[in-house]
Design a protein around this ligand. Structure first.
Ligand code: ADP
Ligand code: MG
Length: 234
């Protein structure tokens, strides 16, 4: 099954004088269970593509279907719900909330769901924090953690809603190679669990972990190689 279908996607940014064509004519289909790396030089449109996939931004033209549903026909609220139910985000700069503890950061996405029982939310947060080996830091604040630990908490937060699709924008970009390795091992595990991953990276060693490698240049899709079969077909 196709989790993502993009057809003729353009994205323009209108500045005061200049119009930037960040994405141009992107056609891309991603099957459930694929682990896709997205590479290309700085400014080529990688983060813009991820924002559109994550419904954080809308395309200027083209069609986006998520799990077969045309996303553009959704209202703002429906998009937020679809995002919450289907997608987990991991960013280069972790984006944890500094005055919430590790556990509270991970619980946060669940509190946006109506009537999610608090006790079950705590259990669920602890379960995903155990998966990323952060059970020993539940009450710590992000500032007391190393970068690698913060990113593991961010991965737990991305997983707490049990999303089918994980979008990651240079998740190892701020980490030393040891911690980058730990984070990439976690993504390998998620892939083996059958989750779909789309990861922006410009590190060739990171690309090698993916089952499919996509290249973007000047807003266009210029390369697309499948390097391993889909691990678990849906
Ligand atoms: N919100 C924005 N407003 C204006 N221009 C933007 C915005 N976001 C991205 N751009 C421009 O779009 C192009 C692609 O940016 P981006 O997707 O961030 O590239 P990458 O992630 O590959 O470095 C760049 O020229 C960037 O300056
Ligand atoms: Mg970027």
């Amino acid at each position: 099954m196709n989790i993502i279908e993009l057809n003729g996607i353009d994205k323009n940014f209108q500045g005061d004088e200049l119009k930037t064509l960040a994405l141009s004519g992107i056609n891309l289909t991603i099957k459930q269970g694929e682990y896709v790396s997205v590479s290309g030089p700085s400014g080529c449109g990688k983060s813009t593509l991820l924002s559109i996939l994550g419904m954080l931004d809308t395309p200027s033209a083209g069609l986006y279907k998520l799990s077969g549903h045309d996303v553009s026909s959704l209202t703002r609220d429906q998009r937020a719900t679809a995002r919450c139910e289907n997608i987990g985000f991991v960013f280069q700069s972790f984006n944890l909330i500094s005055d919430l503890s590790v556990e509270e950061n991970v619980i946060l996405p669940l509190t946006y769901q109506d009537n999610y029982p608090a006790k079950i939310a705590i259990e669920r947060a602890r379960e995903v924090l155990a998966q990323v080996d952060m059970s020993h830091r539940l009450k710590h604040f992000p500032s007391a953690l190393s970068g690698g630990q913060q990113q593991r908490v961010a991965i737990a937060r991305a997983l707490v809603n049990d999303p089918k699709l994980i979008l990651a924008d240079e998740p190892t970009g701020n980490l030393d190679s040891k911690n980058a390795g730990i984070v990439l091992d976690l993504f390998d595990n998620l892939h083996q669990q059958g989750r779909t991953i789309c990861m922006v990276t410009h590190d060739p060693r990171t690309c090698e972990r993916a089952s499919r490698q996509i290249d973007i240049f000047d807003g266009q899709l210029v390369g697309d190689r499948i390097t391993a079969p889909v691990a678990i077909s849906a």
